[in-house]
Design a protein around this ligand. Sequence first.
Ligand code: FAD
Length: 464
Amino acid sequence: MERFELAIIGAGPGGYVAAIRAAQLGINTVLVERDDIGGTCLNRGCIPTKTILHTAGLFSKISHAEALGIRIESAAVDFDALRMRTAEVRESLRDGVEALVAANGITLMRGTATVAGLDGITVSQPDGTIAEISADHLIIATGSAPAKPPIAGIGEDGVLTSDDMLETIPELKRLVIVGGGVIGMEFAGIYAALKTHVTVLEAAPRILPTMDREFGQSLAMLYRKRGCAIVANALVESIERAADGSLSVRYAVKDAAETVDADAVLVATGRAPAFGGLFAEGFELELDRGRIAVDKRMQTSAEGIYAIGDVAAAGAQLAHAASAQGIVAVETIAGADVSFDPALVPSCVYSSPEIASVGMTETEAKQAGIAARAGKFAMTGNGKSVITGQGRSFAKIVADESDRIIGAQLMCGRATDMIGELSLAVANGLTIEQMKSAIRPHPTFEEAIGEAFEAFAGGAIHAM
Ligand code: FAD
């Protein structure tokens, strides 16, 4: 049996980042992975979606190029080339992570791990052999997988998960998306830009139901204008193969039965933590709403065993959260006094325009008893937004009674790049005055953040 100071199961953005930090701290580490290195994020999540989105976004711009003063006779998407480019981007980043793991002297073990405790980790390897390892510490970073709800006909061909969509990148005339959360709305934006007729069926009263109300309302309005059908309060009852070969989705909206036909149905109703088969018989960890329960240092109910990323009950299932949690777990193992605060994790939607938020919304703050107030700026007064033809968008900052920044919500061009400034403010309790003191360049989307801070005091300059 080979012994390591640290064993990490799963080489997604949680596990491989934890392994690199451990190596940097001189901890002898084994990283176990049963599939491609990079996990969901690099292979079936963040990276392939944004690669396809990049092409879809350009195609959409080209399709409306005349308004920008460019005449293009015809443009078409070459799906084979798009599939090839997506695979190339994936491979190039995967090679990069593999090189980093090797350069840091991390032992990479290929295979499926089973855990019976720190002294009983077995790895079933691709050649059929079983390796037995033990470790002083263990980090479980096994991620999550798409979950399909129990809808009649969910097993029909053409009813796809995000994994299936990213594996095949199908060319579609009509796509129905069940679930208007972040993943569903990202695919809606991509496919609408690729000129597919998209219908989103969301069970909640609005899309993006876990985010600020204004995000869902504004995005629905914009996407409807672009030809997407967005149906809220829609309860999907069944999916059937119709006589003409299309898929027929039956759903109810406030007791009225409706049907919509499609070439494919994407089910984007949530993800389940991936620890099926991970625990050997008799080995258990405490769970919290189906995910592995952890404290703020990512420690599970078992001494020396940590859980990070999508598999852990520690807030949003996002790549940057998984990486931050991995660093906290490793630095804790190394003896540092560090902790993870889920409230500091920014959430992003790569829609058009982009959406990003961090900390509390004004409503959440008020519900928590904070006398919160918001500074808001509508992007109609932002030059860069007008130049680049962004739709209805805004920047909103939330401050508490002592003027400390406790949250921010952005819906505008480059919102996902700009949220970092506001994460810094929330993480460090910076005040309106401190944030106002920065002079932001012109013409940029960033100016909207400055204007939202001005809105707290004398008023935004470029607002009626
Ligand atoms: P994962 O990335 O899921 O990695 C877990 C790894 O563990 C996998 O490689 C798996 O093979 C391995 N594993 C599992 N069980 C075992 C075992 N028993 N033995 C050995 N290995 C095992 N997040 C963002 O922040 N930004 C985005 O833009 C974004 N876009 C997304 C788009 C889509 C379509 C999806 C599905 C997700 C997206 N996410 C995004 C979420 C992000 O991908 C996940 O939050 C992130 O990958 C979680 O990282 P992780 O390390 O916890 O797990």
